[in-house]
Structure formats: C-alpha cells, structure tokens
Ligand binder design. Structure first.
Ligand code: PEP
Ligand code: MN
Length: 355
C-alpha cells in the first residue's frame, strides 16, 4: 500500500487533525439538519450519520435507510459540509454513491466478516468509486483481520484509504464499552505508517465523560483524526445515547485538545531514549534468566512426571502481579497481558525440555 493518497477534500483544513462528527444515526430530517447546522456553526467540515444501523439484536432501531440519503443531500447543500455514512452491503454502497455521499466507512461488525468486506469491495470496484473509505477495526482484537479488510478495499482501487480504531469486544469488565488494546493500532501504524489512522472515542468509551480523555490519548499517540458522535439532543437519541454529546460540547472538547507537533526536533530526547534502551537491555537480560529457570523447572517436572501447566499457581501469579502493578500506578490489564505473554513463553521453554 505504498501509493495511498491523503484523505483530503477541497477546502478542508488540514492543519488540524481531521474531525468527522455527527449523530450515531440519522433519525428524522429535523434531527439531522438541526445537528448538522449546529456542528457547521462550530466549524465541523465532515458530517457523519448512520443511515443503516447494524444492531446487536433484532428489534432495535435499524436506521432510516434510503430515505435518509436525501436528508444527507440537504445537509451538504445547506451547510457545505462533506458527508459520511456506514456501508455494509453492495446495495448500501450503490445507494450511498448515487446519493453523492463523500466518504464511506465500514463498521466493526462488517470488518470482521471477509465475505461482507469482499462484497463491499466488489461494489466499490464495479462502480469505479474514488471516494475515501475508512475501515473500522473488527470487533475482535485481530490485527490481521483488520489489515485483510483494508487490503480488500485497497485491491478494489481505493487509494484514499484509512483506518478507524473503535476498540474491541472484551470478556473482561472495564470502564470502556470496547477495550482500546492500544497495542493493536500502534502495531498497525508500525506496519502501515502511510495509512491515516482515526480514533473513535465514542465507541471505545461508550460514555460521554470518556470522549475528551480518549481523544487526547489518540492525539498524543499521533492519530490523524477523530470521528465523534454528536447529537442535537443526546439524551433523546435513538441509538448510543450514553456516548453522544451536544455540538457545543464537542466544540469545547476539540478546542481544548493539545495537538503535538509531529515534526518537532527530537535531539533533546536522545538521552532519555538511550536510558530506555538501557532499561530494555536489562529487561531482556532478566527475561533470559527467567527462561533459564523455567527450563530447570521443566526438567524437574519431567523427572517427576508432573504436568507443565499448573493452572492454580498461574492464576494466583497473574492476580498478584496485576495487584502490584496497580499499586505502582500501572494498568491492571497491561500487567496481565505482560505476565500472560511471559508465561506463554515459559511454557514453550518447558515443553522444549520435554521434546
Ligand atoms: C457507528 O459508528 O455508529 C457504529 C455502528 O460503529 P461500530 O461499527 O464501531 O460499532
Ligand atoms: Mn454509534
């Protein structure tokens, strides 16, 4: 993907991170236009609204469908904003392109399904589409699946391509609706540095009060843009009301974001970076020593016919280290992930002894 083009529109301010804002769903013509005018007054240039809504269970509000596309046209002509919506099927792609929607995104549930992704990609290719397309991360924390979804769109000829990080379904309870697992978008950036990366703090957080800190975190990590749900009357929203914010709140949050200069000189950091390198060397030495002990344990277990995996001890060890990490100001999930990875490698080392 070396020939990607920036996600740019005529007249779009590119000095700040790109902001896409609008309601989770288009509900009524009045709700859509009231929200759009309020956002346009706050300087928003790219307007989002879900026309077709993928719902976890049947019976929920599944979007207004095609009718809403005419409302999006009104938004565009009355406010001058560019418009964006989610597509999941061939019919959605055709209808959205016909209606002159300026940017398409693909939702997390669709991104998890290669058949659906291919259908969308084929529809884009058949239409010779040249719209920007953003692909949300799939619901499961699977980077390869996300990259595969992006590749399908790329192979359909789309060059204004981008990714949206919206967090992942997690079995662990957490403050987030969808756990960010920051390591995944960070690894995506390492693998595809030229791919624009957006953050969706609305769907990660699931709660209004998390929009500001999550947006700042995304900016601190060098994300290229934000997609945020905003509604003229958030408490009355037909979908995702706990996470939607009023246009004025959105403007306040965005105004107060600290945008780091990504091109700033880094000489001053050199001494701190070499300190980090030294610490990483020590970590590696420690891990090497730990693995050597694991191998000794493996030999002992072999001689005494003991199983390699001792589930109770493992669970106790995970819980204790997670607790200690929290006491030292680190994240519980972070420490569990680290210890799980170390344990996995220890088991592999012990199994090696058995071969
Ligand atoms: C949305 O953006 O409204 C949406 C349905 O998001 P996701 O696909 O991330 O759940
Ligand atoms: Mn939503």
């Amino acid at each position: 993907m070396n020939d990607l083009k920036p996600i740019a529109f005529e007249g779009l301010d590119t000095t700040r991170p790109l902001l896409i804002a609008g309601p989770c769903s288009a509900e009524t013509e009045e709700q859509l236009l009231t929200t759009a005018h309020a956002l346009a007054r706050e300087g928003v240039q790219l307007f989002r609204a879900g026309i077709w809504k993928p719902r976890t269970k049947p019976g929920g509000f599944e979007g207004v469908g095609r009718e809403g596309l005419a409302w999006m046209r009104r938004v565009k002509s009355e406010t001058g904003m560019f418009t964006a919506t989610e597509v999941a099927t061939r019919a959605h792609v055709e209808a959205a392109l016909d209606a002159g929607i300026d940017l398409l995104w693909i939702g997390a549930r669709t991104a998890a399904n290669p058949f659906a992704m291919q259908e969308v990609a084929d529809a884009l290719q058949a239409a010779g589409a040249d719209v920007p397309v953003l692909v949300k991360n799939p619901v499961s924390p699977d980077l390869e699946l996300w990259i595969g979804a992006l590749e399908r769109i790329y192979n359909a000829g789309i060059r204004r391509l981008g990714a949206i990080h919206r967090g992942f379904t997690s079995v662990d309870k957490s403050i987030y609706r969808n756990h960010p697992v920051w390591a995944i978008p960070i690894e995506l950036r390492r693998r595809l540095p030229q791919l624009p990366l957006f953050s969706d703090p609305s769907h990660i957080g699931g709660r209004r009060e998390l929009i500001a800190p999550l947006s700042q975190q995304a900016m601190d990590l060098g994300f290229d843009g934000l997609i945020i749900e905003a509604h003229c009357s958030p408490d009355a929203a037909w979908s995702d009301k706990a996470q939607q914010i009023a246009p004025e709140t959105l403007a306040y949050i965005v105004r107060h974001l600290i945008i780091r200069d990504r091109n700033a000189a880094t000489e001053d950091l050199n001494s701190l970076r070499s300190e980090i390198d030294k610490l990483d060397d020590e970590l590696l030495d420690l891990l090497t020593r730990r693995m050597a002990v694991s191998q000794q344990i493996g030999r002992y277990k072999k001689e005494h016919d003991m199983p390699v995996l001792q589930a109770r001890r493992y669970e106790e060890m995970l819980a204790r280290r997670a607790r200690q990490a929290v006491e030292r100001g680190m994240d519980r999930e972070f420490m569990r992930t680290v210890m799980q990875a170390i344990h996995e490698e220890s088991i592999r080392q012990q199994m090696k002894v058995l071969e």
